[in-house]
Design a protein around this ligand. Sequence first.
Ligand code: DWN
Length: 392
Amino acid sequence: MNKKFLDLGNQPLANNYLSKFKKKQIKYKLKLFFNTKSKMVSISKRIPSEMMFTNNYPYRSSMSKTMQNSFYELSLEIKKKFKPKKILEIGSNDGALIKNFNKSEAIGIEPCRNLAQITKKMGYVTYNNYWSHELAKKIRLKNEKIDLIYSANTLTHISDLNEVFKSISYLLSSNGILIIEDPSLLECIKKNSYDQFYNEHIYLFSAISVNSLLKKFNLEIFNIKNLETHGGSLRYYIKRVINKKITISRNIKIQIKKEMIFGLHKFSTFKKFSQKVEKSKVKLLSILNSLKNKKKLVLGYGATAKAVTILNYCNINNDLICNFVDTTPEKINRYMPGKNIKILKYNPKILDKYHYVFLGAWNFKKEILNKEKRFLKNGGKFITHVPVPKIF
Ligand code: DWN
């Protein structure tokens, strides 16, 4: 049974950065639900994928050094531990992971044409398609077997998880490995980072929910790693149940126990979370309003999909945050979805014009603070809402 625990109001498409601000933008209700049986957390309104993952999709994985390093480290681990002859990535984006493999070893799947073109140009076989059983069949006809399937920050974006795992199971070789990574529900609830919810993120996975979901497909987790990326993610290493050559790490029990102790299997935990979210909104607005009254200028740093949830849930407009900056060419000179806040091209000096910087990309806090030491030295201050709204 699905039980509602939070209403984040009306939200525009999170990655729909418009070239002109429009007062009237189509918005969709963003309500969060907990399934008491599967323990899965999901959003209510499912928007057709084609409307969100367009042929001009602006998010590029390679825009941060943190993500580039994370993918590079993972590629070394994959080569060393699993030695796959053929690897397939579902949601290969701009090739941040597959570029670490030989062109004959890696296949990309990417529904957004602008991104698929990048890896095609790099020389990788790239299917400009959504992941589906049809596609899995097509790939199988061309390749005998796929030894490793990888997917980061993608499966939580696909509504039909049965189709997802059925197709993976169909294509993966009998001793094949599936590695998936996505934001951790535990970290999201602990950090009160409610901005992990937007219309693209249909699910937020926990080890509890993934563990139970995989059973249907005769797959099982054999290792789990906690990652710092995207505000705290989990990387799940998965195999077929019949593959007894690989031992199951204790990490799975440890992670599930941690999640149970925190109460991720109970509806009451999410109700408490929703109260904290409401308080977070009040506190963030009070910080921004008090800066406005003191005539201080605030800049948003990182025009993230996450920030879109914050701006629209808290109703923050350009009187509170004047502009955003971002390095992504596709976002520059466009407007934050739903709000009249223009995104400017990042340059290190741009921060000098503002007194405060709101971390839209708080998940890259370390990387950003490291880059912006001069701003801090000159008396500039940052604002974050994670885990509680504060100036630092
Ligand atoms: O799942 C998803 C995640 C992985 O990426 C997608 N549905 C959408 C997207 O979500 P996001 O926009 O919240 O992701 P990021 O990775 O937090 O976005 C960071 C943004 O900040 C990018 O637009 C790049 C920008 N940035 C910047 O301008 N300067 C980032 C860094 C580190 C910087 O120094």
